[in-house]
Design a protein around this ligand. Structure first.
Ligand code: HDE
Length: 683
């Protein structure tokens, strides 16, 4: 492909979407049949106070369309948000895969990503404790490749057969429809205790991974083992990883719950706003690679989706980068109608026999049939491949394509036997010729039966504060469970992972401490701890509390320094409008104490002003106190210092007069994300 052709291809997805975009502004209103409408407020009536007439085609059309505006929400992952972007590979991966988009570093592949929670309904809140979906559609020159992953590298179950059971257990209980978007209820924990293959995953779900700070600060995982296949037909087992450039960071549980009320759209707003600001989220793509001949060299089965491949044993090779650089134009058309499928692969990428993956290969098209109404969903602009596609499939509900010609079957002579299958050399997909033999059985492989070693690996790898959070998460979730028996069963189960964890949880929820228990598994994997990840101030939201007669010169300087480092200071005061500072400095207020909340910021900077009253002071102190118990960076200069006098000995609290010294220390404190060393009972 020439350079020009490549450029052409890159722009194609945009062009395709552009053809479907309609700007209704400045236009005359019409019906869907194109007839101009003269009036759009009143239905046609027989007399001013008379009944509405059937012949009012405009009213009927408008109402009928409205009556059918909703489609079924996704069975799982109903609440999500998306963005467009591009992907480029750093170096050719030809040695391992013939996938074109992974072989040519000069190719930019258009992508569409949808992030989601799993359990909640479409209208639920963003910061629920839950697994996050991280689904990417690559519109490659050889067809669409969908990497339909999660932000946790393992899964609850080992066989797709159990997925409906898992989902029934976690969704609101059927007799009363509660709770929404929460796993803290009896049926979920009953499922966990009685399906102990979930032990590893539940440790992740009780960790800070399940309450991410931002979609931009989450890792992504393909979860299953896939295969890369090269030109020579040689295959390697691989696992996919997304590594966020900003590092992996979580919220505090108390904070996450409060955000659910203060801003249920917290994560989508964060993604949307940063893209609008041009601060594009970036993720590096990594792969772990295991040679086919090494399949059995590990103390876990590489086909088991409840197991990860420790990065220290199988390093993650970073092979490319994805940048999300454009928001959706229309949430329904794109975010709701996008249809992902782990079976959408391109030549060079193939499946493994992971029984969870195999079942998913059936489920995803099937679900679109009821969600999107028929088999033509691939024609929707967000789903349509950028490369051409031709076959003899025809008709079906809402068919857009007008296939011309007489012939719609294979083989034929009337159209010279076209469209014709492509040979492997011509790019035809050829399944990897794995040798398979065996008896038909419904069973689990013996090699899938160790449910606790990697759960303990995860526990062993956590820092002290991460362990604390896991203990509290179990105590919260099980504390909400009503059945004593279920509580006891779960505690007995987690005793196989760690007796310290089980004992503390038992104590907190008032059930018997398990006798004995504990694990002999001593391995750890430092890569699993979020404490060991990148830290940065980029795009961190800093709530700056300012009143009238603030120190104009210093604040102007400090704000510009914070912005220069990529932080996002926002001004909070008692009312909207313009604040007057010394030396004729003015500042526009972004939020009032009423319209925002401490939990919506990464850090609080207290400046104050000479002219603030006691109500202002009380609000400011409340904001600071809340930030303090959530371990957040806190800074103060000028009049703001008196509000944090009592906490100045604690980590991450910066009290400083000199503007330059303050800025340096505060930026360092913000980059740290949270200061877990504060000895607090709360959170
Ligand atoms: Fe899914 N999953 N899933 N899943 N999944 C769906 O497809 C399913 C699993 C994942 O943003 C559904 O279009 C089965 C693992 C994501 O549109 C459905 C099994 C992983 C999304 C479905 C699994 C995922 C879905 C619902 C067990 C991580 C959202 C709507 C075998 C690797 C995609 C839809 C989006 C969505 C089935 C397990 C990720 C019903 C049967 C493991 C990110 O088809």
């Amino acid at each position: 492909m020439s350079k020009d052709d490549r450029k052409d291809f890159q722009n194609k997805k945009d062009e395709q979407l552009e053809q479907n975009r309609v700007d209704d502004s400045d236009k005359k209103m019409t019906t869907n049949q194109g007839v101009k409408v003269s009036e759009d407020e009143f239905s046609l009536k027989a007399g001013e106070r008379g009944p509405t007439l059937m012949e009012d085609f405009h009213f009927r059309e408008k109402m009928t369309h409205f009556d059918h505006e909703r489609i079924p929400e996704r069975i799982v992952h109903a609440r999500g948000f998306s963005a467009h972007g591009e992907f480029e590979v750093y170096e050719s991966m030809k040695e391992y895969t013939k996938a074109h988009f992974l072989s040519d570093p000069s190719v930019k592949t258009p992508v569409f990503v949808r992030f989601s929670t799993v359990a909640g309904s479409k209208g639920s809140f963003d910061t629920a404790r839950d697994v996050r979906g991280f689904a990417t559609k690559f519109y490659t020159q050889e067809g669409n490749f969908d990497l339909v992953g999660n932000n946790i590298p393992v899964f609850f179950i080992q066989d797709a057969m159990k997925f409906p059971d898992l989902v029934h257990a976690v969704k609101p209980e059927p007799h009363n429809g509660m709770p929404q978007a929460a796993s803290a209820h009896d049926t979920f924990w009953d499922f966990i205790a009685n399906n102990q293959e979930s032990a590893h995953m539940i440790m992740w779900a009780m960790s800070d991974r399940a309450i991410p700070r931002s979609f931009r600060m989450m890792e992504g995982f393909g979860v299953h083992t896939f295969r890369f296949v090269n030109e020579e037909g040689k295959a390697h087992f691989i696992k996919f990883h997304w590594k966020p450039v900003l590092g992996t960071h979580g919220l505090v549980w108390d904070e996450a719950q409060k955000i659910s009320g203060k801003n249920p759209d917290f994560h989508r707003a964060d993604l949307y706003e940063t893209i609008e600001n041009g601060d594009y989220p970036e993720y590096e793509l990594g792969v772990q690679i295991i040679a086919e001949e090494d399949e059995f060299n590990y103390d876990f089965d590489i086909l088991d989706p409840t197991k990860l491949w420790p990065e220290e044993e199988v390093p993650v090779k970073i092979i490319g980068k994805m940048t999300l650089n454009r928001n959706v134009d229309n949430v329904f058309a794109e975010n709701e109608q996008v249809a992902f499928h782990p079976g959408h692969v391109v030549p060079g990428i193939d499946f493994s026999n992971d029984p969870l993956l195999q079942g998913r290969l059936f489920s995803y098209t099937d679900t679109q049939l009821s969600r999107l109404g028929g088999p033509n969903f691939h024609e929707l602009p967000v789903n349509k491949p950028v490369c051409p596609f031709h076959n003899n499939q025809r008709d079906g509900i809402s068919r857009h394509t007008i296939n011309t010609g007489q012939v719609s079957y294979h083989k034929n002579s009337l159209a010279d036997n076209t469209p014709s299958p492509a040979s492997e050399e011509e790019g035809g997909y050829k399944h990897y010729q794995e040798k398979v033999e065996g008896r038909k059985i419904r069973a689990r492989s013996e090699s899938f039966k160790d449910h606790f070693s990697q759960a303990t690996l995860f526990w062993n790898s956590m820092s002290d504060h991460e362990k604390e959070h896991i203990k509290k998460a179990f105590s919260f979730e099980l504390g909400k469970v009503e059945s004593k028996s279920v509580q006891q069963q779960v505690v007995d189960m987690i005793a196989n992972i760690s007796s310290e964890l089980a004992s503390e949880v038992a104590e907190n929820i008032g059930v018997n401490r398990p006798e004995g228990g504990g694990s002999n598994y001593t391995k750890s994997s430092p890569a699993l701890s979020m404490a060991n990840r990148t830290h940065s101030v980029r795009s961190r939201k800093i709530g700056v509390i300012v009143g009238d007669e603030f120190n104009g010169q210093d604040l102007t300087h400090i704000l510009s320094e914070l912005k220069a480092e990529g932080a996002m200071p926002e001004i909070i005061s008692s009312k909207l409008g313009t604040l007057q500072g010394t030396n004729d400095h003015e500042l526009e207020v972004d939020h009032t104490f009423l319209t925002c909340d401490s939990v919506l910021f990464d850090a609080i900077y207290a400046v104050g002003g000479k002219k603030v009253d006691s109500a202002f002071e009380q609000h400011a102190q409340q904001f600071i106190q809340e930030a303090f118990i959530h371990f957040k960076p806190i800074g103060a200069t000028h009049e703001g210092k008196k509000w944090i006098e009592g906490m100045k000995e604690h980590d991450g609290v910066i009290l400083e007069d000199d503007a330059n010294v303050f800025t340096d220390k505060f930026l360092e404190s913000v980059a740290a994300h949270r200061h877990w060393n504060r000895q607090l009972v709360h959170a």
